[in-house]
Design a protein around this ligand. Structure first.
Ligand code: AHR
Length: 654
C-alpha cells in the first residue's frame, strides 16, 4: 500500500511540475558575464519638508512656533491666567534673524503662563526624559519659570523649573520625565510672582534623539531610513527648493550656524493646496544643511543637495532672476561645496568645523534646479554650468527634465542636457500603476552615451481612500516593483533612483502617497517602503543579463525580472515580480557560474488584495517574509505567489 501511494504521489507531483513547466518560462541568467556595475548610489532617498516631514516630523523639536516668528506670533500658543492679571506682549527687537520675543508681565502676582500645543499634539513616552530649554531675560521680580508636560485634559505628566535669571539674555535648561505615554501632550510654562520676564526659543526635545544628539532627529524615523541602507539622500526637495516666489526659496546659508539665529521661513506647502491648507506650516530650519549632511553620513548615503537655479516655482509665481543677476545664486553653489568639502581655514569650511565637523562631508553631487522647464531654465543652467564645471570638475552637477515624464517639454530638456554635456538628468514621474507596468522597458532604448538618469521622484498614484495612508496600496507598490526591475536592468544608464515624497504626517499631510507615514508616536512602513527596501538591501554589485527567449521579462505572462551579482557575498540576486492574480512558475537556468550549497534565501512581499495598505494601528498588513528553498543542479523552479515580489539570493561558487 505504502510504496504504491508514494509512486502515485511522485507521478502526480511530476505531472503537475511537468504540466506547469510546459507553460512556464525559463529565465536564462548569464551570471558569469557582468553587463554593468550597479552604482552604489542606485537606490536612495528623496527628502523634502512636505507633509510636516521636518518640523513636526523627523526634526524632534516638540514645540511649534518656539520663537514667536510665525505670521501670527502666538499661533500654537494658548494663554493661561486671566488677561487682567497680566500682559502678553510680542516685542520686535529688530534683530534680523530672530526679531520677536514674548514679554510677560504679571501685574498682581498671580500665575501667568502659556501652553504650546505642539505639532498636532506632542508625542511623549512614559519614563522617557525630555530636554527643556528657553532663552530668558529678566525684566524685574520674577525668579523662576515652572515647566510642565500636561495631557490634553491638563493633568500634569512631568514637571521641572528653570530660574536664577538675569538682565541679559541667557539660555536655561532643565530635564523632565513623562509619567505617561500620550500622543497629544502639551507644554505649559508658568511664572508666579509680580514682575516682568522676557522669553524666546522655548524648546522641548526628547533626550532620546537619533544618536542622542542635541537639536536632534526622531530616532524611530531615522532608523527606518538607515534600515534601507540608501545609496544617497537628496535634500531639501522638491519644490521647496524653488519657493512659491524667489523671496521664500530655500537658501541653505540661512539654515546653518546657531539654531536660534536661523531665520524662519514660510513653508511653501502652507498654502499650496486649498483643500489641505496648513496655516501653521513654517520652516524653523532646526533641520538645516549641516544636519542634512550629518544624516547622510550617519546612514551611509551620498549627500545630494539640490539648489535653486534662479527660478521660483513655475506652477506658482514663475518669478525669474534676470540672467545678469545670477551671480549670488551661483555663489551659493560654490560656497556650499566649500561648506561641505573645503579646508577648515576657508570661510565656509570653518563654519562646518565650528559646528562640530572639521572633516569634510565629501560631497560629490549637486543638483541645479528642481522641476524647471523651458528655455528659461536652459538659459540659466548654461550660465551655472560654465562656472561650476570650470571650478569644480570633480563634482557631478545634476540637471532636470522638468515635471513631466514625457512629451514636448521633456524631450526639449533632454536634448538640451545632452548638448550641455550635463552628467546626470533628473526625471520625475507620478503616474498610475498601469503606467508603471507599461513603462518597465522605458530605459531599454535610452542613449548609452548620453547623460546618466537619476529617477529622482517617482511614485505610482492609485485611487485615494479615507485613511491618510490609503493611497499607498499594494497595487501601487507592486507596480513600482515591476518598474524597478526595468531601472535595474538598465543600470548602465540609470545610476540613481528615489521614491517621493519620503514622509507623511497622518495628521498634517499635503501630498500622498508617501513612503513612510507617522504620527507623534508611531511609524508606518508602507508596502512601497518594503519594495524600496527589498531593492536597496539586495542591490548587488553587477548587473547580469536575464532573458526569456532572448528578451527581458517586461510583462510577458504578467512577469517582470532583473538579476545582479553580489560580488561581496558571491550570490546571484534575482528580483521577480508577478502581477497576475494567480501563482506563476518561473524557471531559472544559470549560465557561467556554479551554485554553491544546497539552499537559497527568498524574501517575499505579497498580498491577495491589491487595495490593501498599512496604517497606524495595523502597520504590518503587507510585510516581507523570509524563506529558504532547496537548491540542486543549475536549474531552479520558482513558484511565484500571485501578486508578489520575490527576491532570491542564490549562493555561487567563487
Ligand atoms: O514630491 C512632491 C513634489 O512633487 C515635489 O516637491 C516636486 O518636485 C514634485 O512636483
Amino acid at each position: 500500500m505504502k510504496p504504491r501511494l508514494s509512486i502515485f504521489l511522485i507521478c502526480l507531483l511530476f505531472g503537475i511540475v511537468a504540466g506547469a513547466q510546459a507553460q512556464s518560462k525559463t529565465l536564462v541568467v548569464k551570471a558569469g558575464t557582468p553587463v554593468a556595475p550597479i552604482q552604489p548610489t542606485m537606490w536612495g532617498l528623496f527628502f523634502e519638508d512636505i507633509n510636516f516631514a521636518a518640523d513636526g516630523g523627523i526634526y524632534a523639536e516638540l514645540v511649534k512656533n518656539r520663537s514667536f516668528e510665525f505670521y501670527k506670533p502666538l499661533m500654537g500658543w494658548e494663554k493661561t491666567g486671566e488677561e487682567y492679571v497680566g500682559q502678553f506682549q510680542i516685542i520686535n527687537s529688530q534683530n534680523e534673524n530672530n526679531p520677536r520675543h514674548l514679554r510677560l508681565e504679571s501685574l498682581q502676582g498671580k500665575e501667568l503662563g502659556l501652553i504650546n500645543e505642539g505639532f498636532r499634539g506632542m508625542g511623549v513616552t512614559a519614563g522617557e526624559k525630555y530636554d527643556f530649554s528657553v532663552f530668558v531675560r529678566q525684566g524685574m521680580g520674577i525668579s523662576t519659570l515652572k515647566v510642565e508636560l500636561i495631557d490634553s485634559t491638563g493633568v500634569v505628566l512631568g514637571q521641572t523649573e528653570v530660574g536664577g535669571f538675569s538682565g541679559d539674555w541667557k539660555k536655561y535648561e532643565a530635564k523632565l520625565t513623562s509619567s505617561a505615554t500620550q500622543s497629544k501632550a502639551k507644554l505649559r510654562v508658568t511664572l508666579s510672582g509680580k514682575g516682568v520676564l522676557e522669553i524666546d526659543m522655548v524648546s522641548l526635545f526628547p533626550e532620546n534623539t537619533w544618536k542622542n544628539r542635541k537639536n536632534g532627529l526622531r530616532a524611530d524615523l531615522v532608523q527606518k531610513l538607515a534600515d534601507m541602507k540608501p545609496g544617497f539622500i537628496r535634500f531639501p526637495g522638491g519644490c521647496i527648493v524653488e519657493g512659491h516666489e524667489l523671496e521664500t526659496r530655500y537658501q541653505w546659508k540661512k539654515t546653518v550656524g546657531n539654531v536660534e539665529n536661523r531665520q524662519l521661513n514660510i513653508n511653501r506647502w502652507n498654502t499650496e493646496f486649498p483643500y489641505r491648507n496648513a496655516p501653521d506650516y513654517f520652516q524653523s530650519y532646526g533641520l538645516g544643511f549641516f544636519e542634512y549632511f550629518l544624516l547622510a553620513e550617519d546612514i551611509g548615503a551620498e549627500p545630494l543637495p539640490i539648489l535653486n537655479c534662479g527660478m521660483a516655482c513655475q506652477f506658482n509665481s514663475c518669478e525669474l532672476v534676470s540672467l545678469d543677476a545670477l551671480d549670488p545664486y551661483i555663489q551659493d553653489v560654490l560656497d556650499l561645496i566649500e561648506f561641505a568639502n573645503g579646508a577648515t581655514t576657508s570661510q565656509w569650511g570653518k563654519l562646518r568645523a565650528d559646528m562640530g565637523h572639521p572633516e569634510p562631508f565629501n560631497l560629490k553631487m549637486v543638483g541645479v534646479g528642481n522641476e524647471q522647464w523651458g528655455t528659461q531654465y536652459v538659459d540659466r543652467l548654461k550660465i551655472f554650468m560654465k562656472v561650476l564645471n570650470e571650478k569644480h570638475p570633480e563634482i557631478i552637477f545634476v540637471g532636470g527634465s522638468g515635471p513631466f515624464s514625457d512629451g514636448k517639454d521633456f524631450d526639449y530638456l533632454w536634448k538640451e542636457m545632452r548638448e550641455l554635456n550635463v552628467k546626470m538628468v533628473d526625471e520625475h514621474y507620478y503616474r498610475s500603476p498601469e503606467w508603471f507596468l507599461q513603462n518597465t522597458a522605458r530605459y531599454d532604448s535610452y542613449d548609452r552615451k548620453g547623460p546618466k538618469v537619476f529617477a529622482g521622484e517617482y511614485a505610482a498614484h492609485d485611487k485615494e481612500g479615507k485613511d491618510s495612508e490609503s493611497r499607498n496600496t499594494w497595487k501601487s507598490a507592486l507596480a513600482e516593483a515591476a518598474l524597478m526591475t526595468g531601472l535595474e536592468r538598465n543600470a548602465d544608464v540609470v545610476h540613481m533612483a528615489s521614491y517621493a515624497p519620503l514622509f507623511g504626517n497622518v495628521d498634517a499631510w499635503q501630498w500622498r502617497p508617501d513612503l513612510i507615514w507617522f504620527d507623534n508616536l508611531n511609524t508606518v512602513a508602507t508596502p512601497n517602503y518594503y519594495v524600496q527596501k527589498l531593492f536597496s538591501t539586495n542591490a548587488g554589485t553587477e548587473l547580469v543579463s536575464a532573458l526569456v527567449d532572448g528578451k527581458p521579462l517586461t510583462g510577458q505572462d504578467s512577469l517582470y525580472a532583473s538579476a545582479t551579482i553580489d560580488s561581496e557575498t558571491s550570490e546571484l540576486v534575482v528580483k521577480m515580480v508577478n502581477v497576475a492574480k494567480k501563482p506563476a512558475m518561473l524557471n531559472i537556468s544559470l549560465e557561467g557560474r556554479k551554485i554553491a550549497g544546497n539552499e537559497m534565501n527568498l524574501q517575499i512581499l505579497t498580498h491577495a488584495d491589491l487595495t490593501a495598505y498599512n496604517r497606524v494601528g495595523k502597520p504590518e498588513t503587507i510585510a516581507p517574509v523570509e524563506k529558504k528553498q532547496k537548491l540542486s543542479g543549475k536549474k531552479m523552479i520558482f513558484t511565484l505567489d500571485a501578486l508578489s515580489l520575490t527576491v532570491a539570493r542564490i549562493p555561487l561558487k567563487k
